[in-house]
Design a protein around this ligand. Structure first.
Ligand code: HDD
Length: 695
């Protein structure tokens, strides 16, 4: 009997109901106006006669069009493009020794969270795979109020002081005269600005690395960036740095792949997150902190208040606190993902700030931006922003007040409301009482002056492929700068970081020997490499959460297909079937298979590893398709593991890829699917890279 395999890539609905956020417009299924008036005809405007003029009195038309005209709100000035999901956080054990934050006390409690990932520079409609920092924001709805951890997937930042942020962002955004380039740092204004701002050097190393082109939101780390404080019930304070580690491991794209995905599927990351949650393959991260005292911090050879520095894990190891699981897609993108308002100033008792000047500026900026973006100081009443614990105060009125506060009194203190709302000096939020004194100054501390040592630390901690990609990243981006002076200035900075890197980038640009001489303010140190900084030194051998692309035709080998699906399932991966057309095909045993993609809509860059297995009868037809030739050629150039069956040989010939090119190209006819899956756990064949690109 023919069994029907269904598509598994595009679930048309998602699991989980929207819970309390979900609303339909009308309770009884009737279409109504916003005033609840039932609508008899929603397709035709009121006119005089069938062909006559329209009437201004048509309140149904005017209400509908007016609402439509006001559907857009200003996009976020940075991090405009993002995607989010609901989930929960659960600590592993009590952390009472460290903090009194209530969500870190009881391992049996699941604290609801809302997590939004984003790119920084591109506007809302830009593509997901741009080279950029990724935002990693988490709102914890704790029983002591909302806590927002608003971080990035990179542990350091470009600048020391928030006063520089508008300049940095203006430099990376499209040039104001011409309005391009979109979602790119590869242009003159950005590189001019950062090359004149040496404190950016460490961050630039991360941005030019594979970290800036993640494979998936599910496969990237997150960082709180700044030094924060945690305070326990005894009032003792320690400094902390926050880290999120993905359970699936940290993986990235190859630059050429990222560029091609940008065209083939601009929604690559959001689709990936949505689909994996819809398929109940819930992404998970571990939250850890590095904990250190002020005395320890004073011994470090960098300043922990400087957001361009990280604390190496060799100096302070990670202490795991708990896990975050994202298990529910949003019901409505605008209501939740667009309207969510994160503010680093949203902290809870037990968590406090440090004097990091960038953090201090952020504490002002986010609240301010929500007022212009969401239009009202009542944005905390929007369901996604609303605390899930009771909250009450005497703040009143304002645009879009949704609550109906009761009573005659809106002031405190008062003796008229029987003292219902009172401060709580014991459990209420108190700031850590640091001693502060000194002159009022506009000055940068000398302890922030070393711009190169940690940039070097990052570079020397990379594996060879990671180093190559950094050189390639700089080469590509600087190559897009029209002004040669910017390139020579940047080469000067790179020389201070690592001579080898500077020389590779100069070679990539064809500008050997043209670096400016840039004098560091303090001597550059010679740090020991830190393995924790490399993605690939610690990458798990696994295909969990990844996609196998099976390019095939009618008559596909039934056993191979079944084996692949079964193996993928056992490894928590999926197989997606690509055929020249989208109609159902039959396997060699007559089973019907509905493809997930048609060939010209699914280049190999969309998959982590690929199998090419046409049937004997259809092999020549597939070999005549340019898209099939590109499929193999790109998979090879993107260092993927490629499995194939014998009939695919002609196609390999056309793509000029030898069927015995290296260990990553495997013949898997005759029940050898398991060998392919085992090899695919390597993720990429790094040794192939020097043969396919210089950088
Ligand atoms: Fe910011 C949004 C992360 C520095 C001003 N930022 C925003 C978001 C993330 C970050 C993840 C998106 C929030 C969301 O999903 O809604 N920003 C960072 C990190 C920084 C940082 C990790 C440095 C360590 N940001 C920074 C500075 C300023 C801002 C120095 C201003 C002085 N950021 C904003 C903002 C945004 C924002 C303009 C835009 C939309 C929003 O806040 O809600 O206020």
């Amino acid at each position: 009997m023919a069994k029907k395999a269904s598509r598994n890539s595009e679930p048309d609905s998602h699991v989980g109901n929207g819970g309390e956020l979900h609303q339909t417009n009308s309770g009884d299924g009737r279409l109504t106006t916003n005033q609840g008036v039932p609508v008899a005809d929603d397709q035709n405007t009121l006119t005089i006669g069938p062909r006559g003029p329209q009437l201004l009195e048509d309140f149904i038309l005017r209400e509908k069009i007016t609402h439509f005209d006001h559907e857009r709100i200003p996009e976020r000035v940075v991090h405009a493009r993002g995607y989010a999901a609901h989930g929960y956080f659960q600590c592993y054990e009590s952390n009472a020794d460290l903090t009194k934050a209530s969500f870190l006390q009881d391992p049996s409690v699941k604290t609801p969270v809302f997590c939004r990932f984003s790119t920084v520079a591109g506007s809302e409609g830009s593509h997901d795979t741009a080279r950029d920092v990724r935002g990693f924001s988490v709102k914890f709805y704790t029983d002591q109020g909302n806590y927002d951890l608003v971080g990035n997937n990179i542990p350091v930042f470009f600048i020391h002081d928030a006063i520089k942020f508008p300049d940095l962002i203006h430099a990376v955004k499209p040039a104001p005269d011409r309005g391009f380039p979109q979602a790119q740092s590869a242009h003159d204004t950005f590189w001019d600005y950062v090359s004149l701002t040496p404190e950016s050097m460490h961050m630039l190393m991360w941005i030019m690395s594979d970290r800036a082109i993640p494979r998936s939101f599910r496969m990237m780390e997150g960082f709180g960036v700044h030094t924060f404080r945690m305070i326990n019930a005894e009032g003792e304070s320690k400094f902390v740095k926050f880290h999120w580690r993905p359970k699936l491991g940290t993986f990235s794209l190859i630059w050429d792949e990222a560029v091609k995905i940008g065209g083939a599927d601009p929604d690559f990351h959001r689709r990936d997150l949505f689909n994996s949650i819809a398929m109940k393959s819930y992404p998970e991260w571990e939250l850890s902190v590095q904990v250190f005292t002020e005395e320890q911090a004073n011994e470090f050879d960098f300043d922990v208040l400087d957001p361009t520095k990280l604390v190496p894990e060799e100096l302070v190891p990670l202490r795991p606190l708990g896990k975050m699981v994202l298990d529910r897609n949003v019901d409505n993108f605008f209501a939740e993902t667009e309207q969510v308002a994160f503010c680093p100033s949203h902290v809870v008792p037990g968590i406090d700030f440090s004097n990091d000047p960038l953090l201090q500026g952020r504490l002002f900026s986010y609240l301010d931006t929500q007022l212009s973006r969401l239009g009202s100081p009542n944005f905390h009443q929007i369901p996604v922003n609303k605390p899930k614990c009771p909250f009450a105060n005497f703040q009143r009125d304002g645009h879009m007040q949704m609550d109906v506060p009761k009573g005659r009194v809106a002031n405190e203190p008062n003796s008229l409301d029987h003292g219902l709302l009172r401060e709580d000096p014991k459990a209420g939020f108190t700031s850590f009482p640091t001693e502060e004194s000194g002159q009022k100054l506009r000055i940068r501390p000398k302890s922030f002056a070393d711009h190169y040592t940690q940039a070097r630390l990052f570079y020397i901690s990379m594996t060879e492929p990671e180093k190559r990609h950094i050189a390639g990243g700089f080469g590509f981006e600087l190559g897009k700068c029209e002004n040669a002076k910017i390139r020579t200035r940047m080469l000067g900075h790179l020389q201070n970081i690592d001579e080898g890197l500077a020389s590779d980038v100069a070679k990539a640009l064809g500008m050997t020997g043209q670096a400016d001489k840039i004098e560091p303010m303090v001597a550059v140190g010679n740090p020991e490499p830190s393995e924790a900084l490399s993605q690939y030194a610690k990458a798990p051998a696994s295909i969990a959460g990844k996609k196998i692309g099976l390019l095939t035709t009618d008559g596909v080998d039934a056993k191979l297909y079944k084996d692949l699906v079964k193996l993928a399932k056992s490894e928590q991966a999926i197989v997606e079937v690509i055929t020249p057309t989208i109609g159902a095909i039959q396997s060699s045993k007559g089973d019907e298979i509905t493809p997930d993609h048609f060939l010209s809509g699914a280049p190999s860059c969309l998959f982590d590893c690929v199998v090419i297995a046409p049937s004997e009868e259809n092999a020549a037809m597939l070999a005549s398709q340019a898209a099939a030739v590109d499929f193999i050629r790109d998979a090879f150039a993107h260092l993927k593991v490629i499995g194939f069956t014998e009939p695919a040989a002609e196609l390999f010939g056309k793509a000029s890829v030898a069927t015995d090119a290296d260990e990553g190209v495997l013949e898997i006819s005759g029940g050898k699917a398991a060998e392919f899956v085992e090899k695919a756990k390597q993720h990429r064949i790094w040794d192939r890279e020097p043969s396919v690109r210089a950088f």
